[in-house]
Design a binder for this molecule. Structure first.
Ligand code: FAD
Length: 626
């Protein structure tokens, strides 16, 4: 019998970013004993790094904004592949979630008349991102943590125990979900410091583990983004959708090599920054695709006028959705018009006074000064695409966030559907607040509906423990660091921003080799804080998600959002009707099958002009629209 500590809860939330914290607050407010488990330090989730802001159609900066406009922008950004119900709930509920944060103690930047200020971002028709300088994620996490502390103080007054109903398990990694028959019964993991095992007995688990960027070499993502939640869900029998869609943010740092990939926020462009090639040309005007032509400026004069008079001018093409800008930068560099370090120039220094730059973009100013010795108030930055966000994730019911596995819920970046083939900037922070809350409610409702509590079998615990210890059992195998580096390089080179059939076939060959090598890898030392062992366990997950990305990308024979095929360059309306659904078979091999999208509800379809729908829908779908 495995030696471990055991805890019993109603709801276990895995992940302490925005989605996890909001879900936990909701579950606790619904009266459920709730645990929050996170593998990083409490407070150091990815959400903390969010810079630009949280998209919500509050209409503070432009009163024409409303949820319908936000819905339209989100669907356009995702090239109509989004789960439309999720996009609808998101657009409708985001303003309330932002207001709610202020009731928890958040303080967003203000307009001159004291309302929450909202800034421009790519793909958003109106200034829509509620923000705190370029440190919005920090305020979001700080506030959610403050709310958790206030709930714990409430619990202390009633029970004498701060952690009676809401407890945080920091630096604790979950490696397996456990089930009783079809239904979730708990989660198994280990303390990172001691290596000792821990078991959570709970009928409901909410995954809020974030993304998968660490499978790629150049990424804005930090060490936690190893696709754990995606892989845990699959091993528990859940399905993933949209895994072929990876967002390459157009502006990551390209120099020096040690910081390659670190994000340069879109706010730089939202606040007036422009992209130029080595010839000094503002090249984005050459890259406006037909579907967006009507909404974007054709001349530099018109683009520049838009910043002061957005009602009478069209937007600058630097503010196209991220997939378009990333591809354009890629093309300029390939055509030999890149910067000395293989990017393009992002210039804000010639556009805004120095004091304005340091006021609006303090983190960017600091980041470039410290990491690249570049003063962005005086010279342009060098930037290029970086793997940033995974649109794909656990297939969930939009209203309750429940996966196909009873008792398993997912919210935030680990969930799929909301963003379709491409996420708009700012729509992640709002997504994780809206669906974090819904996941907390869904899990609480599920627990209430149960007749009996699912049980955990001892042999399942032993199996989970044996799997976790397997890397110590073998001698003479490879170390996980080498395999990780090669995996990242392969994904970057072969399933990256521009994809080709033969390269993806090659990637799948390499992934099959990695599978064999991972099964035989060796970890030195013992269980006390052993990063090699931690990476070994994470590698299994990275391999699974990489297989999903590569297999789905190979199947989808079109280019759309975060999936660009050199051999199928156009969007294909027939493919828009299809989702690619990933699952694991008994041998843990990834299967990908096609599934029909549910057609959009008529009242939502009517929010679009017929001419626009013609760009996305098939001939057969159109007649249904009056
Ligand atoms: P996270 O905040 O990443 O939290 C994941 C949690 O899961 C962490 O606590 C982690 O420790 C835990 N975890 C993972 N695996 C395990 C495991 N096995 N066991 C236990 N715990 C685990 N979006 C916007 O909308 N606006 C922005 O301005 C913006 N700026 C960004 C800037 C940067 C630099 C980056 C990288 C992203 C940005 N994004 C932005 C995207 C956004 O920050 C993320 O998509 C979002 O924060 C994800 O939140 P989450 O709650 O889903 O996950």
């Amino acid at each position: 019998m495995t030696e471990l500590e055991r805890h019993t809860y109603d709801v276990v939330v895995i992940g302490a970013g925005g989605a996890g914290l909001r879900a936990a607050i909701e579950a606790r407010e619904q009266g459920k004993r709730t645990a929050i488990v996170c593998k990083s330090l409490f407070g150091k989730a990815h959400t903390v790094m969010a810079e630009g802001g949280c998209a919500a159609a509050m209409g503070n900066a432009n009163s024409n904004d409303n949820w319908q406009v936000h819905y339209r922008d989100t669907m356009r950004g995702g090239k109509f592949l989004n789960n439309w119900r999720m996009a609808e709930l998101h657009a409708q509920e985001a303003p309330d979630r932002v207001w709610e944060l202020e009731t928890y103690g958040a303080l967003f930047d203000r307009t001159p008349d004291g309302r929450i200020s909202q800034r421009n971002f790519g793909g958003h028709t109106y200034p829509r991102l509620a923000h705190v300088g370029d440190r919005t994620g920090l305020e979001l996490i700080r506030t959610l943590q403050q709310k958790i502390v206030s709930l714990q103080q409430e619990d202390f007054r009633e029970t004498g125990d701060y952690e009676a109903n809401l407890k945080v398990y920091g630096e604790c990694t979950v490696t397996e979900l456990l089930k009783d028959g079809d239904a979730i019964s708990g989660a198994f993991g280990y303390w990172r410091e001691s290596g000792r095992f821990i078991l959570f007995d709970a009928p409901a688990v909410i995954l809020a583990t974030g993304g998968v960027g660490k499978s790629f070499k150049v990424t804005s993502n930090s060490w936690e983004y190893t696709g754990d939640g995606h892989a845990l869900a699959m091993r528990a029998g859940a399905t993933l959708i949209n895994m072929e869609f990876i967002q390459f943010h157009p502006t990551g740092m390209v120099w020096p090599p040690s910081v390659k990939g670190i994000l340069v926020t879109e706010s730089v462009r939202g606040d007036g920054g422009v992209l130029k090639n080595s010839e000094g040309k503002r090249f984005m005007f050459e890259y406006v695709p037909d579907v967006f032509r009507a909404q974007y400026a054709e001349t530099e004069d018109e683009a520049d006028r838009w910043y002061k008079d957005p009602d009478n001018n069209r937007r600058p093409p630097e503010l196209l959705p991220r997939d378009e800008v990333a591809r354009a930068i890629n093309s300029e560099v390939k055509a030999g018009r890149g910067t000395p370090h293989g990017g393009v120039f992002l210039d804000v220094s010639s556009r805004l006074p120095a004091e304005e730059i340091t006021r609006r973009l303090p983190s960017m100013h600091h980041q470039f000064k410290e990491l690249a010795d570049v003063d962005i108030t005086a010279e342009p930055m060098e930037v290029g695409p970086t793997c940033h966000y995974v649109m794909g994730g656990v297939e969930v019911d939009p209203d309750t966030a429940q996966s196909v596995v009873p008792g398993l819920f997912a919210a935030g970046e680990v969930a799929g559907g909301m963003h379709g083939s491409n996420r708009l900037g700012g729509n992640s922070l709002s997504d994780l607040l809206v669906f974090g809350r819904r996941a907390g409610m869904g899990a609480a409702m599920y627990v209430d509906s149960l007749q009996g509590r699912p049980k955990i079998a001892e042999e399942d615990i032993d199996t989970a423990a044996a799997e976790a210890l397997a890397p110590f059992e073998l001698e003479g195998g490879e170390n996980p660091y080498t395999i990780h580096q090669e995996l990242q390089q392969s994904m970057n080179d072969l399933v990256g921003i521009i994809r080709k059939e033969e390269e993806m076939e090659q990637a799948l060959g390499r992934l099959a080799e990695f599978r064999g090598r991972i099964a035989k890898m060796t970890v030195e030392g013992h269980r006390q804080f052993n990063p090699g062992w931690h990476l070994a366990l994470d590698l299994r997950n990275m391999l699974t998600v990489s297989e999903c990305v590569a297999k789905a990308a190979l199947q989808r024979q079109e280019s759309r959002g975060g999936h660009t095929r050199d051999d199928y360059p156009g969007m294909n309306a027939e493919w828009r009707k299809l989702l690619l659904v990933c699952s694991l078979d008994a041998d843990h091999a990834v299967n990908v099958v096609q599934k029909d999208q549910i057609p959009m509800r008529d009242d939502l379809l009517e929010l679009f002009e017929l001419d626009e729908l013609k760009k996305y829908l098939t001939e057969e779908e159109l007649p249904a629209h009056d």
